[in-house]
Write a protein that binds this ligand. Structure first.
Ligand SMILES: Nc1nc2c(c(=O)[nH]1)N[C@H]1C(S)=C(S)[C@@H](COP(=O)(O)OP(=O)(O)OC[C@H]3O[C@@H](n4cnc5c(N)ncnc54)[C@H](O)[C@@H]3O)O[C@H]1N2
Ligand code: MOO
Length: 396
């Protein structure tokens, strides 16, 4: 279909509209899900000395198979006050520093103790050097542990703390406004008159953004009134980095987002993408604020938010790889050929097989509750049989 932008090109153009916002120092407890704006460099060796990995006895490997005289004890947090000489052993606990001279741990299950006399239950069970965590074996001082642009996970927090850091430097959280449009929409949970439907998209989008590093304002709703929409856009643009509108993006007489954007002094960068659902997606700017106009159909809003809104927010927040990762899995059933737009099909990945749902009407919401994947079918892709591989994106 002519005049429709390819998904990749639209994504590239959207992300090029604005550079990442900036960075700030963030305490660890506030850092989850944010993007590092500086590499995490190790400020110390970890561990900073050779440590025991087990509870038992520290010995010299050269003395195997024993026996030994136990001369003292060392626990985690202590510093050994004496060395281990020939024929000597020291009682030791997990995480404790190895005494000088020792290089091997005999775990207590392999030891037979009589007073201070230690011998092995089975001599062939011990390997010289065993159960020692050597200095810097986790990481050495100066090592680059995690690269800038990486998302902070609980594991990244653990490594950053162990590196000696007191906080991280992370990208600034974009301020995002959500604006739903449509005369038929009613606040969630409120009574519906004939012709009305609940506004599910606003809260759905807020939930999708809720696990991203963004400051999301409470969703606003506005009627299909071009003047009102343009006033609200102008106002929101003063206080937000991103405005996401839902609905009113198509060609109907009541679809006002494009016109309202222009009335508000903004400009359209692109409109209409070669994807299904999501064709009427619109992107533009009002000053530095990016406006992303999502189609109103719930599945269209969900798919375009997954492919455009979340990547935009991650990009502004400093992500190195903001786009969703495309994976592959075998199909659980045959899949027909692709059409003129690339399909993002609601699907479920279970037991390693990808099942594409039968009902793909973009007006439906139930498939969104059931899907954990979007199967990707390219423009004019040939039909595929059961077991053939298909691309997909995992969704939260
Ligand atoms: N003549 C044409 N008609 C349509 C075209 C086209 O190319 N030519 N494109 C179709 C496609 S594709 C889509 S997608 C929709 C998108 O239209 P809009 O973005 O203008 O969305 P609306 O018309 O406002 O709403 C569509 C549908 O979704 C419901 N909706 C809207 N907002 C919400 C919300 N916040 N929560 C839940 N549901 C919502 C709305 O009631 C409509 O049923 O246009 C096609 N038409
Ligand atoms: O592109 Mo629309 O989003 O098919 O339903």
């Amino acid at each position: 279909m002519s005049g429709l932008l390819a998904v990749e090109e639209a994504q590239a153009r959207l992300l090029a509209l604005r550079r990442p916002l900036g960075s700030e120092n963030v305490i660890f407890s506030q850092s989850l899900g944010r993007y590092l704006s500086q590499d995490i460099l190790a400020q110390r060796d970890q561990p900073s000395a050779d440590l025991s990995a087990m509870d038992g006895y520290a010995i010299r490997g050269a003395d195997l198979p024993g026996p030994w005289a136990v001369t003292g004890e060392i626990a985690a947090g202590g510093v050994p006050s004496q060395r281990v000489g020939a024929g000597e052993a020291m009682r030791i606990f997990t995480g404790a520093m190895l005494p000088e001279g020792a290089d091997t741990i005999v775990i207590q299950e392999d030891a037979i103790i009589g007073g201070t006399h230690l011998r092995l239950a089975a001599a062939d069970a011990i390997r010289p050097g065993q159960h020692v965590r050597s200095r810097a074996s986790d990481f050495p001082a100066g090592a680059r542990l995690v690269a800038a642009g990486t998302r902070v996970t609980p594991g990244v927090i653990a490594a950053a703390i162990m590196s000696g850091a007191a906080q991280v430097t992370a990208g600034t959280r974009p301020r995002v406004a959500i604006l739903t449009t449509g005369d038929e929409l009613v606040q969630p949970g409120h009574a519906l008159a004939p012709g009305q439907i609940p506004d599910s998209n606003g809260t759905m989008l807020a939930a999708m953004l809720g696990i991203e590093p963004a400051n999301v304002s409470l969703p606003l709703h506005i009627r299909d009134d071009r003047l009102m929409i343009s006033r609200v856009l102008k106002d929101l643009a003063r206080r937000h980095d991103v405005i996401v509108t839902v609905g009113g993006a198509s060609v109907g007489d009541h679809d006002h987002v494009r016109g309202a954007l222009e009335d508000a002094g903004g400009s359209v960068d692109f409109w209409k993408i070669a994807m299904r659902p999501g064709k009427p997606l619109l992107a533009g700017r009002i000053g530095d604020t990016i406006l992303l106009g999502l189609p109103g159909n719930p599945s269209s809003a969900f798919v375009t938010a997954t492919l455009f809104l979340l990547p935009l927010v991650r990009h502004l927040a400093g992500a190195r790889a903001p786009l969703p990762e495309v994976r592959r899995a075998p199909l659980a059933a045959a899949l027909g050929p692709g059409g003129k737009r690339r399909d993002y099909l609601r699907a479920r990945l279970e037991g390693g097989l990808l099942s594409v749902f039968d009902g793909q009407d973009s007006g439906r919401t139930l498939p969104l509750a059931e899907a954990n994947a979007l199967a990707i079918r390219d423009i004019a892709a040939p039909a595929r049989t059961v077991g053939e591989q298909a691309d997909y994106i995992a969704i939260a």
